[in-house]
Ligand binder design. Structure first.
Ligand SMILES: [Cu+2]
Length: 168
């Protein structure tokens, strides 16, 4: 009993060294549009298993010139627009946060090659607490949006193809 408690305490103390295990990425996929120089969106679910709040503060990939955190919003008139979110995405302790169509997403601008379904994008996420988390993101242009996503988000390319100029 006491021994087990010690082990449990040791595991807890060791946690910071393996802090990346505190954040789990589920169901990543990407949609791309256009060939070289084109754009793409990456969608995934961030699960924070740690009992401290965390925040996604960096996104990187060698697949595009620029990789940014974005959020999409829909105006009352139904027009989608998006903006960069340089401060990143907070993920509360023991909570998850979806980056999904029609909402928060990771934006690829200036693709270095044409990507097709099944291609894998190597993405590095940096969290304030958990540090770097590497994710293999399959390209899946046929993926339907989540049922919870806005119907407008189903229009292929709409959310990204209109944004040629970087938004800062
Ligand atoms: Cu975007």
């Amino acid at each position: 009993m006491r021994f087990q408690a010690l082990i449990a305490a040791a595991l807890l103390c060791a946690a910071p060294a393996f802090a990346h295990q505190g954040v789990h990425i589920e169901n990543p996929y990407a949609r791309t549009s256009g060939g070289i120089g084109g754009t793409g969106g990456i969608f995934l679910e961030i699960m924070n298993h740690a009992d401290t709040d965390d925040r996604l503060i960096g996104v990187a990939s060698d697949v595009a010139d620029r990789v940014e955190m974005h959020t999409s919003t829909e105006s009352a008139g139904g027009v989608m627009s998006m903006a960069a979110v340089p401060e990143g995405f907070p993920v509360a302790a023991l909570q998850s946060r979806d980056l999904k169509r029609g909402g928060d997403h990771i934006m690829l601008m200036g693709l270095h090659q044409k990507l097709k379904n099944g291609d894998v994008i190597h993405l590095t996420l940096t969290f304030e607490k958990a540090g770097e988390v590497k994710v293999d993101v399959p390209v899946d242009n046929a993926r339907k949006p989540d049922a919870a996503a806005a119907p407008m988000a189903d229009m292929p390319g709409m959310d990204h193809s209109t944004m040629e100029a970087p938004v800062n």
